[in-house]
Ligand binder design. Structure first.
Ligand code: NAP
Length: 296
């Protein structure tokens, strides 16, 4: 069987595309490796998505999944490992099976990057985290660090400040990159101490748990946890052979979100663009699906 379209990723871009594709009568299949909603699941509060004054990430993810089910969009929880071409047909290989489609939309999102310190990966779940919503409660009443100067670091520091006793917000420059509104709210918080021009240079551990961090090779701060928000890397390794990714894994698309390979589309956080927001990802998924559904 050859599908009209296969959509890889059940984040906001993929689900938005699936809604449009299915409603246009397209024969569509959704593939997801882990959990519907993608990175939205890790956001504590979303206050800039139209229609919701405020909604938690997991609640929005649930609503998205509910919509997929209500529309009876077929989906499989399988990890895609390769995409190859056979004339006009795209062959999508997963860890379990192989599927064929005339169009493929890649909407696999990004995963958080770490600082690259020697024992950092080993300490994930033992003091190092990239998800305040998942792990914040473990450090109730404790002193912790948040690293980064963008919207993610600011927003998650605000969330954590209501749980922990004290936060060191560590940023490598003397100015934040994030929105002024978030910066002001962070500065008003009495239990957030901002350390500008600061880099974490060492992680010290005790019995395989993080016990302190060293700043700029000189100052040691005893902390129970360090939440890292220094950006994200696109999850596009499986698409490498198509030659559509740049050296750091992002995908170039045209105004219809089609890549240079006809019939292969990309949307959401994995494409080269200026604005990485939930609302833009939804729009990109919809635009791509409208385009490939009309080609039928
Ligand atoms: P980001 O905007 O790329 O910010 C990453 C931050 O980490 C920057 O401050 C950067 O420092 C710092 N950094 C990068 N590499 C580092 C390293 N090796 N060591 C120390 N610091 C490092 O990432 P983000 O905050 O995750 O946001 C990603 C996108 O999502 C943005 O477009 C953002 O606006 C959007 N977002 C929006 C919202 C919202 O609307 N409420 C919430 C979250 C995210 P420099 O500043 O020195 O480069």
């Amino acid at each position: 069987m050859t599908y009209d379209s296969i959509i890889i990723g059940m984040g906001i871009a993929g689900i938005s595309a699936a809604v449009y594709a299915k409603r246009s009568g397209s024969n569509v299949l959704l593939l997801e490796k882990m959990r519907p909603g993608g990175i939205i699941n890790t956001i504590d509060k979303i206050e800039n998505y139209p229609g919701f004054k405020s909604i938690t990430g997991p609640d929005l993810a649930f609503q998205l999944f509910d919509q997929v089910n209500a529309l009876q969009v077929p989906y499989k929880m399988e990890e895609v490992i390769n995409i190859s071409l056979e004339n006009d047909v795209k062959i999508v290989k997963t860890t379990c099976s192989e599927y064929r489609a005339l169009n493929v939309l890649i909407a696999t999102g990004r995963s958080p990057i770490l600082l690259g310190l020697p024992n950092e990966e080993k300490l994930i779940g033992k003091g190092i985290s990239t998800c305040a919503l998942c792990d914040g409660y473990l450090y109730k009443g404790k002193e912790i660090a948040v690293v980064g100067g963008g919207n993610s670091a600011l927003q998650e520091a605000l969330y954590l400040s209501n749980i922990v006793n004290k936060i060191y917000l560590i940023h490598r420059r003397d100015q934040f990159r994030g929105d002024e509104e978030l910066v002001s709210r962070v500065k008003e918080k009495e239990n957030i101490e901002i350390l500008y021009n600061s880099q974490v240079t060492e992680l010290k551990e005790n019995n395989d748990e993080l016990k302190s961090i060293v700043i700029n090779n000189e100052k040691e701060l005893p902390v129970s946890a360090m939440f890292v928000y220094i950006g994200y890397a696109p999850k596009t390794e499986f698409a490498k052979e198509l030659g559509i990714t740049n050296p750091v894994g992002y995908i170039e698309v045209d105004e219809n979100f089609e890549t240079k390979v006809p019939g292969i589309y990309a949307a959401g956080d994995i494409i080269i663009k200026k604005v990485y927001q939930i609302v833009t990802a939804a729009s990109e998924g919809a635009t791509a699906a409208i385009r490939f559904s009309r080609k039928k």
